[in-house]
Design a protein. Structure first.
Length: 30
C-alpha cells in the first residue's frame, strides 16, 4: 500500500504525524 502512495500523499501523512507529535509535546511543556 505504501508503494501505491504518491510523494505528495506521503509528505501529507508525515506532516500530520509531526503536527500531532508537536501538539502532544507542546501540551506537556505547558
Amino acid at each position: 500500500p505504501i508503494v501505491m502512495n504518491t510523494q505528495e500523499e506521503l509528505m501529507q501523512a508525515f506532516s500530520e504525524l509531526r503536527n500531532n507529535t508537536f501538539i502532544k509535546e507542546g501540551a506537556k511543556g505547558i
